[in-house]
Write a protein that binds this ligand. Structure first.
Ligand code: FMN
Length: 213
């Protein structure tokens, strides 16, 4: 069904009597497409602690194995702690020659996802759900983010005085990059690449994701 089918039908049958259709924000597909991994940020925009709190707030509405909710989040905004994180993360490992982030576009706000328990498989499933949920919230807020697994755990744990085990770092900021998803077939090179200032991300189609019965 076309996106605006119902709206059109209202118009045809009720004309001007139709009830006002409340404009809603972007739909889930649009948020997902916008929620690209961003490795370059506009530093003129300073992400506030309140914004990071709203992003973490999205995690209060999601599932959790046995509802144990073992994840905890440390918020970092611009300053020495952000500098420490920047010195201990690795961005764009598939494009080492670019040394991302480009100078002057480093992220300056972070959410460090930790656990207050011994991590097990369910912790990592909760973690993935929380990170993707936060990426969607970030996208809804008109910001961009990056999930970062390549970080120096020891340095970040010590530098931030964490009593919890850091599991993953999420960078947040105003994105300064152009993206394009590229539909590709199974077997195609899946490495992201850059051309003419655009970051291209190959994605398999649903047909390739579904197992043939
Ligand atoms: C669990 C996980 C860990 C990741 N770690 C890093 C990382 O350390 N550095 C980085 O630049 N990107 C990292 N990424 C981002 C991926 O490279 C990115 O998701 C992938 O290239 C696809 O791009 P997309 O997110 O725009 O779809 C990570 C993503 C996930 C889900």
């Amino acid at each position: 069904m076309a996106d605006n089918y119902l709206e059109k039908r209202y118009e045809e049958t009720l004309g001007s009597q139709r009830p006002k259709v409340k404009r809603v924000g972007p739909n889930l597909d649009q948020l997902l497409v916008r929620a690209r991994s961003c490795r370059g940020y506009n530093k003129n925009y300073r992400v506030s602690r309140a914004e990071l709190e709203r992003i973490v707030g999205a995690c209060t509405k999601i599932g959790s194995a046995k509802n144990q909710q073992v994840l905890r989040f440390r918020l970092v905004t611009q300053g020495p702690e952000a500098d420490l994180i920047n010195a201990n993360i690795k961005l764009g490992g598939l494009l080492p020659e670019l040394h991302l982030p480009l100078p002057g576009t480093e992220p300056e706000a972070f959410i460090v996802a930790c656990t207050n328990a011994t991590a097990n498989n369910y912790t990592y499933i909760d973690l993935g759900m929380a990170l993707q949920t936060m990426m969607l919230k970030i996208s809804e807020m008109g910001l961009s983010g990056l999930i970062i697994g390549a970080f120096n755990k020891t340095e970040i744990k010590a530098g931030l005085n964490l009593n919890h085990e850091p599991l993953m770092v999420l960078a947040v900021g105003k994105g300064a990059e152009q993206f394009q998803l590229v539909p590709v077939a199974e077997g195609h090179d899946l490495a992201y690449y850059r051309e003419g200032g655009t970051h291209y991300v190959p994605k398999l189609s649903a047909t390739d994701l579904i197992i043939n019965s």
